[in-house]
Design a protein around this ligand. Structure first.
Ligand SMILES: C[S@@+](CC[C@H](N)C(=O)[O-])C[C@H]1O[C@@H](n2cnc3c(N)ncnc32)[C@H](O)[C@@H]1O
Length: 494
């Protein structure tokens, strides 16, 4: 590896997701140079637990990438959850070590961008961070986030938003537990915690998925099925994963259980299908590890074919329980259309679809390319991709299981050729092995699809330092109501 400054790859930190709820937040304490404190501190100092807390009146001057309000207090820049630019508010502050925790107590002057959150779990859950902002403000926030991050590479296009920004998630997983009265509850963990919030509906989930896990929760008592307790390791049902084919209407239910012995599974499946006849397949996944991962390794099909099929961009795709599939298909069609437009295919190119999942982008691109080579780490996803290739009658695509970085390194070592690389890595971004091999392979074009523009910027800097230039930047709002934003960049060899 060339160790020169030019080629030096500097992995950045992964995007820090916004956290949960009103209050008890630990804000990053950053020293703020050159600005006088604008916050007024009240004289009353209280003790919160063993931490000293003070109340202050502050004015919000902007938003962080995580959608938190930025305020100045005693020469420091602090972040306050759920505060909007221009608003003045009363907050409480408490210090623990190097950190200052802030809590929004009362908004004194409210922004015109503020709306009443449509979800009653908003302040507790933290899965959506922007429900207190109207649609226009969310759009502006995401556009500004991308514009700011992508500034070194040029201007970004206006973000592609969604007409009905609710009910869009085709995949959801629910956890079960007992409340203090030992009644079974189901819901989501509060962001970055293991506090289970009992809910009946999530505004961004597919409504059918929420209906199904409610059915399961209501069946548990009569089937003597106990929710799994992470602390004691006792109980059976850990999670329910529901995947919905938004076009096909097919529905997969995965019962994630702590033990492979599922007594009465036939009757359970029968009762579940009776209550929700739209379910097309039911699986049992055994996760007996002490882990925060939802799915374990063992899987058994209890009913149906074990996969669902959905249609995206006119092609049909089989999706397994463990395979990645974009969670917002309406916006995915816009994203893929942009990615393929940026690839500028003429029919003869060799295209690499790196981090290809079930082969969606590559198979759609294959209609306009000479040949497509897909690489993906997850073996179930590769099996789906191969099946999807056959199902759609695609003859010019091959899929391989492996690490994209290693695969590209081997391709570069063999002196192989690629005209276009489409890459869509996970949130942590790509790696040095992959990027340095891309630079060796010298494709004319790279289309970089990312759900984390922070790691995307890091990787794009490397490509730009090594002979590429950025020609186009297109943000897409794949995750309305949350701070997350998808971005696709067109990068060409100079
Ligand atoms: C954001 S998804 C994109 C999938 C696909 N392009 C799509 O649009 O549905 C990232 C994919 O990268 C895969 N992945 C993660 N690390 C990988 C690696 N080192 N090499 C290859 N694939 C990897 C994941 O399993 C996942 O399927």
């Amino acid at each position: 590896m060339n160790k020169s400054k030019k080629n030096k790859y500097k992995p950045g930190k992964t995007h820090n997701q916004a956290k949960k709820t009103y209050g008890t937040k630990r804000s990053a304490l950053t020293t703020h140079k050159g600005d006088k404190s604008k916050g007024k501190t009240s004289k009353t100092n209280k003790r919160q637990g063993n931490k000293k807390s003070v109340t202050a009146e502050v004015t919000c001057t902007g938003l962080t990438n995580e959608g938190k309000g930025i305020v100045q207090w005693k020469g420091k820049q602090l972040e306050v959850e759920h505060l909007l630019p221009g608003e003045t508010a009363e907050i409480t502050l408490s210090t623990s070590g190097q950190h200052v925790n802030t809590e929004l107590k009362r908004v004194i002057t409210s922004s015109r961008d503020r709306i009443e959150p449509m979800c009653s779990y908003f302040y507790e859950c933290g899965g959506c961070q922007l429900l207190h902002m109207n649609e226009e403000a969310q759009k502006r926030f995401k556009q500004e986030t991308i514009d700011k991050l992508m500034k070194p590479f040029g201007k970004s296009e206006p973000i592609l938003t969604m007409d009905h920004p609710y009910d869009y998630r085709n995949k959801s997983h629910t956890t079960f537990g007992l409340n203090k009265d030992r009644q079974i509850i189901g819901g989501l963990y509060a962001q970055n915690s293991h506090k289970l919030i009992s809910m009946d509906r999530c505004l961004i989930h597919d409504p059918k998925a929420d209906e199904i896990w409610q059915t399961i929760k209501n069946m548990m008592k009569s089937f003597k099925m106990q929710p799994y307790n992470e602390d004691t390791g006792r109980g059976f049902l850990r999670h329910v994963l529901v995947k919905v084919g938004k076009v096909s209407g097919e529905i997969m239910v995965v019962l994630v259980v702590a033990s492979p012995i599922f007594k009465g599974s036939n009757n359970f499946v029968k009762a579940l299908r009776k209550a929700n006849p739209e379910i097309t397949t039911i699986l049992m996944n055994v996760n007996n590890q002490n882990t925060s991962m939802v799915l374990g390794d063992q899987e058994k099909v209890l009913f149906g074919k074990g996969t669902i099929t959905d249609t995206l961009c006119g092609m049909k795709f089989d999706i397994s329980a463990k395979s990645f599939y974009q969670i917002n298909p309406v916006q995915t069609e816009k994203l893929y259309a942009k990615a393929i437009e940026m690839a500028k295919l003429t029919g003869s190119e060799t295209v690499i679809d790196a981090y290809c999942g079930i082969g969606t982008i590559g198979l759609i691109a294959s209609q306009k390319a000479g040949k497509v080579i897909g690489v993906e780490l997850n073996k179930d996803a590769v099996r789906d991709a191969i099946r999807n290739s056959k199902r759609n009658g695609v003859k010019n695509a091959r899929f391989y299981q492996g690490d994209s970085g290693e695969f590209m390194t081997e391709m570069a070592a063999r002196g192989e050729k690629a005209d276009v690389v489409i890459m869509d890595p996970p949130r942590s971004g790509s790696d040095e092995a992959f990027l340095s091999s891309v630079v060796k392979l010298k494709p004319k074009r790279i289309v970089y699809v990312s759900c984390n523009p922070i790691t995307q910027v890091r990787d794009m800097k490397y490509l730009v330092q090594n002979g590429y230039e950025v020609k186009g930047i297109q943000p897409v709002d794949m995750f309305p109501q949350t701070v997350h934003v998808e971005n696709v960049a067109e990068i060409v060899l100079k």
